[in-house]
Design a protein around this ligand. Structure first.
Ligand code: SF4
Ligand code: SF4
Length: 136
């Protein structure tokens, strides 16, 4: 009978709010629910929000947030995000639920090894609002 090996917990990355991910080139993809949440947070009509803060994505399949002229996200305000409580899922998920090779050289999130599955789950839900082991 084969021996079962326990699967190690993934590393949890604790964001240090360095704001690098709000400044590097790219796009923050947003959907209708996120537009609604951000517009509501800013006290704006959704149509005004779309006109002022969004652009068509390069693949033309939806909207993303606009950048400032210096390339930062439109909502980066010093070291803060102006839509923090309503920020898009893409922002919340990085770097725990998506990341790219070599991200550690640009992101200052602290890598924490957690043995306990429930503790790992609790941290992921707190950071992203999503369950870590579900698909989609
Ligand atoms: S929405 Fe907020 S968290 Fe996301 S890139 Fe912009 S400033 Fe950063
Ligand atoms: S996720 Fe990483 S790059 Fe983004 S603010 Fe947190 S520590 Fe910085």
């Amino acid at each position: 009978m084969p021996a079962f090996k326990s699967v190690p917990m993934p590393t949890f990355y604790d964001c240090q709010r360095c704001t690098a991910c709000c400044r590097w080139p790219g796009q923050v993809r947003i959907n209708d629910a996120e537009i609604s949440a951000m517009a509501g947070h800013l006290g704006m009509a959704e149509s005004d929000f779309i006109e002022r803060f969004t652009r068509i994505r390069p693949d033309r399949r939806g909207l993303s947030l606009r950048d400032k002229e210096n390339g930062e996200c439109a909502f980066l305000d010093g070291e803060n995000c102006r839509v923090q409580p309503a920020k898009p899922q893409q922002c919340r998920d990085f770097p725990n639920l998506w990341r790219f090779d070599g991200f550690e050289s640009k992101c200052q999130a602290k890598a924490i090894e957690i043995e306990d599955e429930e503790e790992y789950r609790r941290r992921i839900v707190a950071a992203t609002g999503r369950e870590p082991f579900s698909r989609g």
